[in-house]
Design a protein around this ligand. Structure first.
Ligand code: AMP
Length: 410
């Protein structure tokens, strides 16, 4: 099937072609015609399936077709489409997709999320927009202060609904739903489906088309997964060994806690690796910089907590490491879904110590199979002998306060 046969305008087909999308992904070929037809949608799509384009392309088409977009300031023009997402990173990413796919249209979009100043967001809203991408808390703030007007919304998208519920946004979602016009088209996307999600969906979707492009709770198919059994104290050495001897390129490493992320980043930094960190205690500026350094290949390793597991789309990311297993088994699927995206193979490796046996069992039950497991090489994990010669580290220099500085850990 070709993009041109989906019913999208030429400007959007051209934008897809410029992204070198030769044919629509399964979620796109099913969702796009249904959305263009005006149907509500309940879509189960695993990460990396192309679901962002599956809703942004038809939304842009509908907005353009309705002739209500003009790429010049129209003060006060209220948005007609709202995309609600759980995290700042995902908001930024969806905003970027809208920019890329809508570049040959005259649509205007704004992205609003917390952790950064209100002023630029207020100004963007004041200039008038067609699409608004938002996280729930900041959106409610902006509505409360009368900067955002949701009374003209014709299209409502709830993206990563399962994550929304995990993060406790259910009441914010209900409040936002009450602010929207009664008649509108609704699209709900979720990687996993629980009873809570079905209940939420039943509350606002009307006769939705249900699309399930992947078996429920299934990880991305193109990810090779395995487990290394390793004592807790040996994990950092095994990871350094893989990064170095395996000539791994860009690697995303997940820890369970923010403290653990900072500590691991410092350890890897001391071993000569270029590392960034992303977690919820970092300022939005630091999070954005960490991500852009990683995306631009300025750092080899990005250490992250689960907050980053959903929103990240890094082109051809080859390796994901679970330095610690997540508390919630489905988070494992979201983490490893950061690799093996858009047709490119990836590897997901979990370093598992004896304390984590129960968590591993939970993940394997969710996957419906045992993961291939290997013992860690003893000589690598026994700390003292473990560290092979570090690659040339950046020259140490004295900081004005007398302390030493090697690697930037943001
Ligand atoms: P998503 O699931 O929306 O996060 O998309 C995952 C990745 O798939 C992104 O890097 C997109 O650029 C890419 N992608 C989306 N649609 C297509 C397509 N039709 N063909 C190839 N890649 C795509």
């Amino acid at each position: 099937m070709a993009f041109a046969s989906l019913g999208l305008s030429k400007a959007l087909v051209r934008a897809a072609a410029e992204q070198r999308y030769t044919s629509p992904t399964p979620i796109q070929s099913r969702a796009i015609p249904a959305i263009l037809d005006g149907r509500d949608l309940l879509a189960a799509a695993q990460t990396g399936t192309g679901k962002t384009a599956a809703f942004t392309l038809p939304l842009l088409h509908c907005l353009v077709k309705a002739g209500q977009t003009k790429n010049r300031p129209q003060p006060g023009r209220a948005p007609r489409a709202l995309v609600l997402v759980p995290t700042r990173e995902l908001a930024a990413q969806v905003g970027e997709s809208i920019r890329v796919y809508g570049r040959h249209t005259e649509t205007r979009a704004a992205v609003v999320f917390g952790g950064v100043g209100l002023k630029p967001q207020v100004e963007a809203l004041r200039r008038g927009i067609d699409l608004l991408v938002a996280t729930p808390g900041r959106l409610l703030d902006l509505v409360g202060q009368r900067h955002a007007n949701l009374t003209k919304i014709d299209f409502f998208v709830l993206d990563e609904a399962d994550r929304m519920l995990d993060l406790g946004f259910i009441h914010d979602i209900q409040r936002i739903l009450r602010l929207l016009p009664k008649v509108r088209q609704n699209l709900l996307f979720s990687a996993t489906f629980s009873e809570d999600i079905r209940e939420l969906a039943a509350g606002f979707l009307h006769n939705p088309l249900c699309i399930d492009v992947a078996p429920r709770n299934a990880p991305a198919e193109l990810v090779n997964q395995c487990v290394y059994h390793v004592p807790k104290a040996g994990k950092q050495f095994l990871l350094a060994h893989f990064l170095r001897q395996g000539h791994w390129g860009q690697t995303l490493v997940f820890t369970r806690t923010k403290y653990g992320a900072d500590r691991l980043a410092n350890q890897l930094g001391r071993s000569g690796f270029q590392v960034s960190v992303i977690h919820g205690n970092k300022s939005q500026t630091a999070r954005t910089r960490a991500l852009s350094d990683f995306k631009a290949n300025r750092v080899q390793v990005l250490v992250a907590t689960d907050i980053a597991a959903r929103g990240l789309d890094i082109h051809q990311l080859p390796h994901v490491v679970n330095y610690e297993l997540p508390d919630v088994p489905s988070d494992y699927i979201h983490r490893i879904g950061r690799t093996g995206r858009a047709g490119v193979c990836g590897e997901a490796l979990s370093l598992v110590c004896t304390d984590e046996a129960l968590k591993l069992g939970g993940i394997e039950r969710l996957l419906g199979r045992k993961l291939p497991a290997y013992p860690a090489p003893a000589d690598i994990v026994s700390a003292g002998k473990a560290e092979p010669a570090a690659p040339a580290a950046p020259p140490r220099r004295r900081l004005p306060n007398g302390r030493r500085h090697t690697t930037r850990v943001s």
